[in-house]
Design a protein around this ligand. Structure first.
Ligand code: SAM
Length: 289
């Protein structure tokens, strides 16, 4: 794995949502009973708006049952499982971090979805033969902003498309409002963030033989998702702070509180970046030219 790959891996395996999920998987037994797509969604949907966003995005792209989907940068596989179970599509889910890919695979098996989802661990910018006749849909959700080598990413996306296939994005672009304010959930300081602005994005796609058919900024929708999670986080944080005096808090509660406070800061920054147009969340769609 490259130095860039190691940094990305280090970032995601140290997130609290991954550690929580891993602890649940490690405990196994009864704690796994009742795991379903809804109940998992606060931990395995690694993007703004969680499952609500995935459902809205699926409607936006009008996904047909029976389609073949390539999920590039699939994380813990939350969206792949939703697509496979709710939309009756076959998914190939590709993820860079072996730990996330392994956890994704375990949950998929636990939910009996292994016939519908293949989990592969690889860099999505590396050339490879995945499906000779290509995919109906290449799905990119909160991944583009973290990929440094965009020409390779778009070249691969174009190569993996079936005839009349589409590449779709639920992702982020750089806006014109000034430098991004950190930390955000995909990067603490901007080191593993590689945002393109709308013009660069369009030009890079053109060079890869892709043409944008739809691009819709979704700042209000994304802000409403973040405001909802911020309200939930505030409630949890004040409950933790008021539950007991610091000296009698159970071991680990301090670090849990700290993790929630970092999350709250990331959500506040996301809201600020959107409001000041430093970041543009969007839904997008492209086809082969
Ligand atoms: C914000 S998470 C989104 C995960 C998933 N798409 C979702 O929405 O739940 C970004 C994911 O992209 C993965 N990623 C980043 N660069 C990658 C690359 N070059 N190849 C494969 N995966 C990559 C990260 O490891 C991480 O799991």
């Amino acid at each position: 794995m490259s130095n860039y790959g190691h940094k990305i891996r280090h970032h995601w395996v140290n997130r609290d949502s991954y550690k929580d999920l891993l602890a649940t998987l490690e405990r196994g037994g009864s704690s796994l009973i009742g795991l379903d797509i809804d109940r998992l969604s606060s931990r395995d949907q690694m993007h703004a708006g969680l499952l609500d966003a995935t459902k809205t995005f699926v409607e936006w792209i009008d996904l047909k049952p029976g389609s073949s989907v390539l999920d590039l940068g699939s994380g813990l596989g939350g969206s792949a499982r939703f697509l496979a179970s709710a939309c009756s599509v076959a998914v190939t889910a590709v993820e860079l971090c072996p730990e996330l890919n392994e956890a994704a695979n375990r949950i998929t098996r636990q939910l009996d979805l292994e016939d519908k989802i293949d989990h592969l661990c690889m860099d999505i910018t590396a050339p490879c033969d995945l499906k000779t006749d290509g995919f109906d849909l290449v799905w990119i959700q909160h991944v583009d902003m973290q990929v440094a080598n965009k020409p390779e990413l778009y070249a691969r996306a174009a190569e993996h498309l079936a005839k009349r296939g589409r590449v779709v994005w639920h992702d982020w672009l750089a806006g014109s409002g000034g430098p991004v304010i950190w930390p955000l959930f995909w990067s603490a300081d901007g080191e593993i963030s590689f945002l393109a602005d709308r013009e660069e994005f369009t030009d890079l796609l053109k060079s890869a033989g892709l043409e944008i058919t739809r691009l819709e900024p979704i700042p209000d929708l994304t802000s409403s998702w973040f405001e909802k999670s911020r309200a939930g986080l505030s409630r949890v944080i004040s409950k933790m702070k008021s539950s007991r005096p610091a000296s009698s808090k159970p071991a680990g509660m301090g670090s849990k509180l700290q993790a929630f406070e970092i999350l709250a800061e990331e959500v506040d920054n996301a809201l600020l970046n959107i409001r000041e147009e430093r970041l543009i969340p969007f839904f997008g769609e492209a086809v082969s030219r």
